[in-house]
Design a protein around this ligand. Sequence first.
Ligand code: NAD
Ligand code: ZN
Length: 379
Amino acid sequence: MSTAGQVIKCKAAVAWEPGKPLSIEDVEVDPPKAHEVRIKVVSTGVCHTDWEYLYESKKGMKFRPFPLVLGHEAAGTVESVGPEVTKFSPGDQVIPVFLPQCQDCDRCRSPKTNHCRKNWANTQGGVLADGTSRISCQGHQVYQFLGVSSFSQYTVVPDTSLAKIRSDAPLDKVCLLGCGVSTGYGAALNTAKVEKDSTCAVFGLGAVGLAAVMGCKAAGARRIIGVDINPGKFKKAVTLGATECVNSTDQQRPIQEVLLEMTNGGVDFALECVGSPFVMSAALESTTDAWGLCVIAGWTETETMSVAVEKILMGRTLKGTYFGGWKSVQDVPKLVDEYMNSQLKLDEFITHKLPLDQINVAFDLLSSGKSIRSVISLW
Ligand code: NAD
Ligand code: ZN
């Protein structure tokens, strides 16, 4: 029986307040309004950003309203579409994207950026275009995270924040293209534009950093140095293309000095995939002073990094990347094709598969450095 037009009752992991574990609840998901699509979430990854908003909301993150359903790295199928939706039909396989692509605004028309601002203020504030969320629990409105909220069996997203993907793609793998892997891979390929035969350093070897390693390799980098404080990450980094790995806690000197010496003057490209202002400065300073390029993929919203002016005067460049520079709606399906053609790896990133009621275990595995990605099965 079709559920279109009806409120759907289902399970979701609700964050009632910051700093407290998620709670599995019965929620109600309203039908989609104009230009919205209701999706059945099949699989979702658990990203560091989800964890940070829950557990570090007072540290580096701007406050988000609670109660909240987190999750933004997912794949599923279309359950029903709201009025004026033309590009999606029930049954389509889709990846919701926290970064929209309306294909209409000045930014979408510019090749210089992927940063479409459609519905931006609302989705950042936890609601959709009309200022409300489609999820409720025990009579409370539950806010949506980045316009997605994939820690729920059903969710409603704007039609400009949804990528239609091929029908034969395995959703429990390609969900990772909704955030972490696309971000790191694109940080190397699109934002850094890593060059053939170059020397690269990747700081932080979680999913984002490992994907950056994979991007550096795809670009033909000759030397790819992985840097982490957890040596448990090194084996996988080598599998994905790192030529050597350095444990920064083992060093007697600052890591940037170690890298300058190892590379006889600095790397061509450094990618920061940790989210620490301290590591960001080290990454910048580990590049060659003449043309080194440092890309920041790691996330922090309220902290400041320090850049000594002298460190950039000779020609270094500092850039940030959002979702790896991909134009979300058009590029995510192409990344799915790359995975299906064995050009891009995803299976290597998945260290754990867990049901929805084990989602707090996935957070523990991530924060303790034991997982790269846990994929949560919603059903
Ligand atoms: P993760 O927790 O899986 O990985 C982080 C890695 O950094 C870990 O391996 C950890 O051991 C390592 N690390 C911690 N401190 C370090 C230090 N001082 N030096 C070197 N390594 C250190 O996280 P993830 O899911 O890979 O995400 C990484 C960052 O990217 C987070 O800040 C996340 O919020 C951010 N992110 C940004 C975007 C974007 O669009 N720019 C998208 C997704 C995630
Ligand atoms: Zn746009």
